[in-house]
Design a protein. Structure first.
Lengths: 115, 112
């Protein structure tokens, strides 16, 4: 079946503009995760959803970042008033929680460049 | 809480060399352990996993054994190929949640 998809694949925006990044998880996956990966770096956890609620949003870097999930499906990560330090690849992952073996399936990422 | 420590890279090997990438963990209970791989320009994909102590995960010639005594989950491959060049991440769930902790990643470069 279809994997996790993200759109757009690339986004170039001017400093100060708002951007929306979209994630379509695998159908039936109850958990959804957002990560940020700066060039050459590891994964930085941002937020995760269980269903439509976010038990842990501790990784959101500032109040310019927000995310929502609807219909236990698609999620949108919004960055307001973008800054150059927001430039990174934003990765989304989803998983189906069963037992203790809930591997995450990742999308290809959205590369965000703030000029 | 749970944590993972991963060997720093980059690691540069010649084709057909033996590979070990170290990963140690601290955890409450016995969570599943995972290795993910990220090829250039792509998202992460699951490479292998182990769900309980002494389990050996394997895929594409890679292996890792869940060692409770040494709290380790080292990734090994007997003969690497140029196509194995990628970044490898060790990961485990946090205690009591479904959030993952990822290691910092180890970049592997295999030379022909």
């Amino acid at each position: 079946g279809a994997g996790v998809s993200q759109s757009p694949s690339n986004k170039v925006t001017e400093k100060g503009k708002d951007v929306e990044l979209r994630c379509d998880p695998i159908s039936g996956h109850t958990a959804l995760y957002w990560y940020r990966q700066r060039l050459g770096q590891g994964l930085e956890f941002l937020i995760y959803f269980q269903g439509n609620s976010a038990p842990d949003k501790s990784g959101l870097p500032s109040d310019r970042f927000s995310a929502e999930r609807t219909g236990e499906s698609v999620s949108t990560l919004t960055i307001q008033r973008t800054q150059q330090e927001d430039s990174a690849v934003y990765l989304c992952a989803s998983s189906f929680i069963i037992g203790n073996s809930y591997e995450q399936y990742f999308g290809p990422g959205t590369r965000l460049t703030v000029t | 809480g749970n944590s993972v420590t991963q060997m720093e890279g980059p690691v540069t090997l010649s084709e057909e060399a033996f590979l070990t990438i170290n990963c140690t963990y601290t955890a409450t209970g016995y969570p599943s352990l995972f290795w993910y791989v990220q090829y250039p320009g792509e998202g992460l994909q699951l490479l292998l996993k182990a769900t309980k102590a002494d389990d050996k995960g394997s895929n594409k010639g890679f292996e890792a054994t869940y060692r409770k005594e040494t709290t380790s989950f080292h990734l090994e491959k007997g003969s690497v190929q140029v196509s194995d060049s990628a970044v490898y991440f060790c990961a485990l769930p946090t205690s009591g949640t479904y959030k993952y902790i990822f290691g910092t990643g180890t970049r592997l470069k295999v030379l022909a």
